[in-house]
Design a protein around this ligand. Structure first.
Ligand code: ATP
Length: 241
């Protein structure tokens, strides 16, 4: 049995004052293809960090290491001081389910569930009963201005609306960190800017840290801290806020 992961809700605090994630000397290769080389990164509670870089530079691979999806060949990643290497698979799955949220480029909603059920999924997976989970989902959907869509299925909403639902789902359980890989990459620029603003505003209001992977300099400009990636090498650009 895996060890219980501490409280599933985020602990309020002042953004930028406590470290939530730390990567030290992370290397990752796919066979003989190096994807990430000696990456160092820290993320504070409530902080928004962006990683920009060309296609194939290793951004997604680094994100997968930071989220405990892929184990690094060298180096380590610590979440709230615990190295993933010290945790068993069940602990890491519980972390991903309860303390992390994820947003991908196309939203990736489950077609057979309603918008409200999709949004409530992280809470249901963490054991929250249906009624309070749906209530929490409705509240987040309301904060993102799409409460009226809650009975619809994903096929009945627009691309921008589906990305809002993906954002709602990533934040509904008040995770410590949201990993977002091109979260607005499938949207036109006006829609992308609005969804991003709502996403980061809601994350900041609940002290959730966000790690944003993006090609888009306008997206990265919204972050508190910026990194660039080239040929697997991560470099800090320093605070931009
Ligand atoms: N599953 C895989 N198997 C083999 N090589 C892979 C795999 N995934 C990624 N790579 C390679 O690893 C390197 C980094 O890829 P990665 O997807 O992390 O880059 P990226 O910066 O996220 O790119 P993009 O912006 O296009 O998504 C690239 O050379 C890529 O071809």
């Amino acid at each position: 049995m895996g060890e219980a992961i501490s409280t599933p809700t985020n602990t309020p605090g002042t953004p930028g004052t406590s470290e939530v994630l730390r990567a030290t000397g992370v290397d990752l290769s796919y066979g003989s293809t190096p994807a990430v080389r000696d990456a160092h990164l820290t993320l504070a509670r409530g902080e928004i960090a962006a990683i920009t870089g060309a296609s194939g530079s290793g951004k997604s691979s680094l994100l997968y290491c930071l989220a405990g999806v892929l184990p690094p060949a060298r180096g380590e990643v610590r979440f709230e001081g615990r190295a993933y290497g010290e945790l068993d698979d069940e602990d890491i799955s519980a972390l991903r389910r309860e303390r992390f949220g994820f947003v991908f480029q196309y939203g990736e909603l489950l077609p057979e569930l309603t918008i409200e059920e999709n949004t409530a999924l992280p809470l249901r997976l963490a054991g929250t009963r249906k009624r309070p989970a749906l209530k929490a989902a409705a509240e987040v959907l309301d904060r993102l201005g799409i409460a009226d869509l809650r009975e619809r299925r994903p096929s009945q909403v627009s691309g921008g609306q589906s990305q809002r639902v993906a954002v709602a789902r990533a934040l509904v359980h008040q995770p410590a960190v949201v990993f977002a890989d091109e979260p607005t990459g499938s949207l036109d620029s006006a829609n992308a800017a609005t969804v991003l603003k709502e996403f980061l505003g809601l994350a900041r209001s609940q002290d959730t840290a966000v790690l944003l992977v993006t090609h888009d300099a306008n997206v990265a400009a919204q972050a508190d801290r910026n990194y660039t990636m080239a040929d697997g090498v991560l470099a800090a650009k320093g605070a931009s806020a």
